[in-house]
Design a protein around this ligand. Sequence first.
Ligand code: NAP
Ligand code: MG
Length: 402
Amino acid sequence: MHLNKIKMTTPIVEMDGDEMTRIIWKMIKETLIEPYVELKSEYYDLGLEKRDETNDQITIDSAEATKKYGVAVKCATITPNAQRVEEYNLKEMWKSPNATIRGILDGTVFRAPVLVKGINPIVGGWKKPIIIARHAYGDIYNAVESRISGGESAELVIKDKDGKVKCTTKISAEDGVVLGMHNKDKSIESFARACFNYALDRKMPLYFAAKDTISKIYDGRFKQIFEEIFNKEYKAKFEKANIEYMYTLIDDAVARIIRSEGGIIWACKNYDGDVMSDMVATAYGSLAMMSSVLVSPDGKFEYEAAHGTVTRHYYKYLKGEQTSTNPVATIFAWTGALKKRGELDKLPDLCAFADKLEKTTLAVIEGGVMTKDLVPLYSGKARGVSSKEFLAEIQKQMTIDE
Ligand code: NAP
Ligand code: MG
């Protein structure tokens, strides 16, 4: 049908996934990418069966390939729990692929909503996207914790490099709970650089927020590292791009964000980012409209949707039903990756194609055709269709526009 398919020079790393998103993945590739692009991809099957078969080596290989080529696109994957171990008869409860990939790339996750006319944010003043930058290492996600009772006590012991006790701090000797957590200077530095680079890339102002008034040493260290790196490496670049960096307290940041009209990158510590990204996604409409990119400090990019494998829809699909699973975030993962590949390889046609696919996808929704999850959010007259019909409509519009 298309004689002059767009050529690529370097492959993108393609990470396939699980359940409903795996089905959608194939449909997007076949109907919206391959008819227009001579797709060069290095394929890694991160579906749970393959991860189990390879003892999860495939996940590590896909992350290493991302380091090599610089751009990846990832489908949602199952993070196994006890129930999945049984369902898939797994050898082990494998780690979350996202955690493995983030660990290898030492990245920061940026989440941005896909905005559509007719789907209005719950927060009336928001006109532009708010992008959450979430630090993806440490704090309570790598913590140790315990209950203590009956006269037990807990202490924090710091030893020097030879194992000699340097100091001991009492945490508590009351019945209750205790927690010990950490972060690494190196990881915080990577996080700061990823945020500054991303702000420059998007030409958007950056807030970083923590609670250094209460956590003077722990959160204070985050604040200090951001400040030092900004002053030393980024201040002049920010001035030139006419954008601002600001540190503020997390509670102040929440108030400012709600009052703002958007157009801000909000850097959050791990837990704050986990919570705030769900709040921001919901306030903009739906998790199915949230795109996500992992950026490493040395400029490697992995694009994905922010939602999971949509298991409930998959079980319907297996019974032969048509589902109305929203493919927008997954389409935007593909366009994000292709656009970045085009930028890096200086392929303007590839960038233009990715732009056009994004615009066409939004135009279809703005024309009133959408998956059923968006119908109640849409202010005009909407027709809720299946994923298949929705993708077909996008393809039709892509062809008309040629
Ligand atoms: P989920 O897959 O995001 O789905 C939760 C619910 O949200 C769905 O049942 C559906 O609601 C709605 N939803 C999410 N995405 C949608 C879409 N694209 N279109 C329409 N509706 C959508 O979360 P989950 O059910 O908690 O997790 C399922 C699996 O995904 C788990 O095994 C988890 O480990 C994995 N997961 C993977 C990632 C990742 O790879 N990045 C992230 C999160 C979860 P209705 O049922 O009401 O329609
Ligand atoms: Mg979460």
